[in-house]
Design a protein around this ligand. Structure first.
Ligand code: NDP
Ligand code: 2IT
Length: 446
């Protein structure tokens, strides 16, 4: 990397102290796009990179609510409106105790380039709260969501900023927040995506991130005349993205042998088939249980307490839980176990040393901003349907999703050519950046 790129990253780190995840996300993009910036006088003169690293707007607010015991609780809410260069701010809301501004700035920054790759007109944003939905009653979750939306509603809108789900925010939470928005604004609009099917949601949106990550893996494998059929796959997490990754892999003839959560990993060497997945979905989405319960139901499986899935030999890996869940040691274990294709369902699940290991080994490595873009892309399709007051069929949405994942892959190939292989990290960053940068040049210094 050039000295100028290093100096730029050092300046961003100094200006945003105590936000290591944001620094990490910026570093990866800047390493890839700096040569493009240096070669383009307009990008340099107009300080495109400096502006992209500074959110257009940062909103933080108090979220007070009353729990089931009648006690007052206070959480912190956020929305980072990172870039509106190519469309209204768009990106999820995360409810997790680890949430603070540095995590949301990394996610909002990644979202800008991801959304650009989708081919749809969406800017980038992210928000959330340090609220922990785990162990809360439905009533407490509703009270929290209503309080959260009582402030957020004045900052968002169908043509301004359109939030959706992320960790800890699924259909239940989107429903409570939509209800409160509608009540406050007296307006039924597509202000959130991931809505219920009978009140403005889109078919395939729940499935989209997981399906998209598998479609992206298929595209990467097809560059080597290969496919997912007959392969053994590891998946981490057991939430929305993990569940639909398993569903698609199983339906395409791959064998998925792991799932996990923050307590550990289950390994089922016989494979997690459709019937077992249905049981997991009921456990996680209805009973809100823990993945270790799997081994009581399926005693041939093992529970690896406190472990991540990456020491289990596989050919394909789909990290689908959270950031920095694959470090250098995990990456080396995956490579040693025969893994040659990693498609990131989560955002930034591989840490920089892990990414270096995958890139050095020249395996098929699809970074999150490309591989998991199917979720937000289908949110974009939900927005299109809302704007048209129509709903498309399952087949129509799935075929558009599939087409978008192919197009993202083609953009990565175009911009990621290296001698004899494709660097998908470089391809995704450069392709995502150029579209946003050109829009910023057109729109002047704003
Ligand atoms: P869910 O809340 O549905 O599931 C999250 C899963 O990840 C749970 O199994 C959870 O386990 C696990 N997890 C969360 N935090 C940690 C942690 N710190 N350590 C270990 N495990 C953890 O979220 P999603 O499936 O929606 O999101 C998963 C990932 O995919 C995130 O990185 C998200 O940003 C990304 N993503 C999601 C999209 C979407 O459409 N939903 C779109 C694109 C990316 P536990 O219950 O123990 O916390
Ligand atoms: O990280 C992501 O892309 C998401 N959580 C989905 C965002 C969205 O607006 O659908």
């Amino acid at each position: 990397m050039s000295a100028a790129a290093d100096a730029f990253i050092a300046q961003i780190a100094a200006r945003n102290p105590g936000e290591p995840e944001f620094h990490q996300a910026v570093r990866e993009v800047v390493e890839c796009v700096y040569p493009v910036v240096e070669a383009n006088p307009a990008y340099r003169k107009l300080k495109i990179l400096d502006r992209l690293c500074e959110p257009e707007r940062t909103i933080t607010f108090r979220v007070p609510w009353v729990d089931d015991k009648g006690e007052v609780q206070v959480n912190r809410g956020y929305r980072i409106e990172m870039s509106s260069a190519i469309g209204p701010y768009k990106g999820g809301l995360r409810f997790h105790p680890s949430v603070y501004i540095g995590i949301l700035k990394f996610l909002a920054f990644e979202q800008v380039f991801k959304n650009s790759l989708t081919t749809l007109p969406m800017g980038g944003g992210k928000g959330g709260s340090d609220f922990d939905p785990k162990g809360k009653s439905d009533n407490e979750v509703m009270k929290f969501c209503q309080s959260f939306m009582s402030e957020l509603f004045r900052h968002i809108g169908a043509n301004t900023d359109v939030p959706a789900g992320d960790i800890g925010v699924g259909g239940r939470e989107i429903g409570f927040m939509f209800g409160q928005y509608k009540k406050l604004k007296n307006e039924f609009t597509g202000v959130l995506t991931g809505k219920g099917l009978n009140w403005g949601g889109s078919l395939i949106r729940p499935e989209a991130t997981g399906y998209g990550a598998v479609y992206f893996a298929q595209e990467m494998l097809s560059t080597r005349g290969d496919s997912v059929k007959g392969k053994t796959a590891t998946v981490s997490g057991s939430g929305n993205v993990a569940q639909y990754t398993v569903e698609k892999l199983d339906s395409l003839g791959a064998k998925v042998i792991t799932l996990s959560d923050s307590e550990g990993t289950i390994v089922d060497k016989e494979g997690i088939d459709a019937a077992k997945l249905a049981w997991v979905m009921d456990l996680k989405n209805v009973k809100r249980g823990r993945i270790k319960d799997y081994v009581e139901k399926y005693p041939k499986a093992q529970f690896l307490k406190g472990k991540r899935p990456w020491s289990v030999p596989c050919q394909l890996a789909f990290p689908s839980a959270t950031q920095n869940e694959i470090n250098a040691e995990d990456a080396k274990a995956l490579l040693a176990g025969g893994c040659y294709c990693v498609s990131e369902g989560a955002n930034m699940p591989t840490d920089p040393a892990g990414v270096d290991a995958f890139r050095a080994a020249k395996i098929l490595f699809g970074p999150g901003k490309a591989a998991n873009a199917g979720g937000v892309a289908t949110s974009g399709l939900e927005m299109s349907q809302n704007a048209q007051h129509l709903s498309w069929t399952r087949e129509e949405v799935d075929s558009r999703l599939h087409g978008i994942m192919k197009s993202i892959h083609a953009s990565c190939v175009k911009h990621g050519q290296e001698k004899g292989h494709i660097d998908y990290v470089k391809g995704a960053n450069v392709a995502g950046f150029i579209k946003v940068a050109d829009a910023m040049v057109d729109q002047g210094v704003v």
